[in-house]
Design a protein around this ligand. Structure first.
Ligand code: HEM
Length: 157
């Protein structure tokens, strides 16, 4: 294994940018889901809160919850990568994440779609504070978290 090399600077970049996005959850969760659907229109049918409407609903609690979870858990992953050199998700949480995604019909390539939507949302939210270093830090943390979820999904199959 060895050092995965997540730096203190990267951790700080992730934490700082999440602080910015957190200030307008309704706006950025809407942007995040609009991007998901722009990249992969068919993903709409997987989400209970998107299935029944033509547009991405505004101020939908479930939509906001999913957007916040993805960002917040990626941020927590960044902290763990820096502190412990690996992702640590409680077993029960991981099992829940595995089963909820498996049940919803989520497949490996969907994780790339969500990563791209996350990156685009960061760009939108950070404006000139956005750069490749920020993108790299988020991508690295997200990839570790996504791998943990995907691995759990395979165990549950
Ligand atoms: C549900 C987290 C990636 C699709 C959930 C839930 C959590 C979660 C915690 C439970 C409901 C909630 O609390 O909002 C995450 C995290 C992800 C991730 C941390 C990546 C790091 C994905 C991807 C997809 C996806 C890639 C597919 C594009 C769904 C769907 C549900 C769900 C369809 C059920 C929501 C519903 O219909 O109400 N996710 N998710 N998730 N997730 Fe994810």
């Amino acid at each position: 294994m060895g050092d995965i090399g997540f730096t203190e600077k990267q951790e700080t970049l992730v934490k700082e940018s999440w602080e910015i996005l957190k200030q307008d959850i309704p706006k950025y969760s809407l942007h995040f889901f609009s991007q998901i659907l722009e990249i992969a229109p068919a993903a709409k049918d997987m989400f209970s809160f998107l299935r029944d409407s033509d547009e991405v609903p505004r101020n939908n609690p479930k939509l906001k919850a999913h957007a916040v979870k993805v960002f917040k858990m990626t941020c927590e992953t960044a902290i763990q990568l820096r502190e412990k050199g690996k992702v640590v998700v409680a077993d029960t949480t991981l099992q829940y994440l595995g089963s909820v995604h498996l049940k919803s019909g989520v497949l490996d390539p969907h994780f790339e779609v969500v990563k791209e939507a996350l990156v685009r949302t960061l760009k939108e939210g950070l404006g000139e504070k956005y750069n490749e270093e920020v993108e790299g830090a988020w991508s690295q943390a997200y990839d570790h978290l996504a791998l943990a979820i995907k691995t759990e999904m395979k165990h549950e199959e």
